[in-house]
Design a protein around this ligand. Structure first.
Ligand SMILES: Cc1cc2nc3c(=O)[nH]c(=O)nc-3n(C[C@H](O)[C@H](O)[C@H](O)COP(=O)(O)OP(=O)(O)OC[C@H]3O[C@@H](n4cnc5c(N)ncnc54)[C@H](O)[C@@H]3O)c2cc1C
Length: 266
């Protein structure tokens, strides 16, 4: 498949952005491995970051592999003993799907990611691969014991989500891999759950702290450390422009407590 090319802003004509949009997963894997192209899903993380970079440091030519035409990445279905959530499923699709009660936390998170426009474009796979400490998809999926399915031209590997995300903006994804899906044990998807997010205001806000919890007493906490994790009553919170470590310590306990109450009442 031949790429579309265009000069990147501020670049010499010889330095070109290259862009592919295959419909077939196999073709996408070949382009990813052969050309080293960066996966592009909804672009709601990539494009703001590129605009910021272009404004402050100058543009960078980058090969982009648009995954949005690959139907296989957008399925959300029960597959034997698992639910399979395609990496290309958008927040809007997730928000509006009829799903068992264990997905409630994830669906409540979906309703609070950005506004409707971001929910229409942004995907669950992009949220996880971007690996922001404030990624709202991570606590609900950790709670569901989700496994990440990674594909490359040489095969597949599966990893628990807490081994997929390594730190702030760091994952184990190799340069020849695509995140294809999340696998969720069907029995976990039956345990009612809830999600609570604390931001500086009610809507369109990045989390200061967020928690997911289920009716069996499990809880996970996000935005308080580099990577979201299971709650054991302890956090060593980060300080940033959104909140101090001290404030986050109290906020974390409160959002976990509220999520547990909501989940057990569900
Ligand atoms: C106004 C605004 C508000 C926002 N609010 C929130 C919020 O409240 N909560 C929140 O969590 N996020 C928020 N975000 C961030 C963003 O919308 C989400 O993280 C979204 O889920 C990213 O998905 P995407 O498909 O747009 O990712 P993209 O921007 O396309 O990609 C993000 C990263 O993931 C990689 N990637 C994408 N898909 C794959 C794949 N299948 N395999 C391998 N790598 C892949 C890309 O290479 C890139 O590095 C907001 C963004 C904006 C612009």
């Amino acid at each position: 498949m031949r790429p579309h090319t265009r000069p990147a802003l501020g670049m010499e004509a010889a330095e070109l952005d290259r862009y592919w949009r295959p419909r077939d997963l196999r073709a996408a894997l070949d382009i990813r491995a052969g050309e080293g192209a960066r996966p592009l899903a909804g672009g709601t993380d990539i494009y703001p970051a590129r605009a910021h970079h272009a404004a402050w440091e100058g543009s960078v030519a980058e090969s982009l592999l648009d995954l949005s035409a690959i139907a296989e990445l957008r399925t959300l279905e029960r597959d034997g003993r698992h639910w399979r959530l395609g990496a290309g499923v958008t927040w809007a699709a997730l928000r509006d799907a009829a799903l068992p009660p264990g997905f409630r936390a994830l669906q409540q998170a979906a309703r609070q990611v950005g506004g409707r426009q971001v929910q229409a474009r942004g995907t669950i796979g992009g949220n996880l691969c971007n690996a922001s400490p404030a990624a709202d998809g991570v606590p609900p999926l950790l709670l569901l014991a989700a496994e990440a399915v990674l594909l490359s031209p040489v095969g597949e590997r599966r990893l628990p989500l807490d081994r997929f995300i390594l730190g702030n903006r760091r994952t184990v994804l190799r340069d020849d891999e695509i995140l294809a899906a999340l696998l969720i044990p069907a029995e976990r998807a039956e345990v009612p759950s809830a999600f609570v997010k604390l931001g500086a205001r009610r809507h369109l806000v990045i989390s200061i702290a967020m928690a997911a919890a289920d009716a069996e007493g499990r809880a996970t906490i996000g935005a308080c450390s580099e990577v979201a994790h299971h709650w054991n009553g302890e956090v060593s919170p980060i300080s940033d422009i959104r909140g101090s470590a001290e404030y986050r310590r109290e906020a974390a306990a409160e959002v976990v407590s509220r999520a547990l109450t909501l989940a057990s009442a569900a």
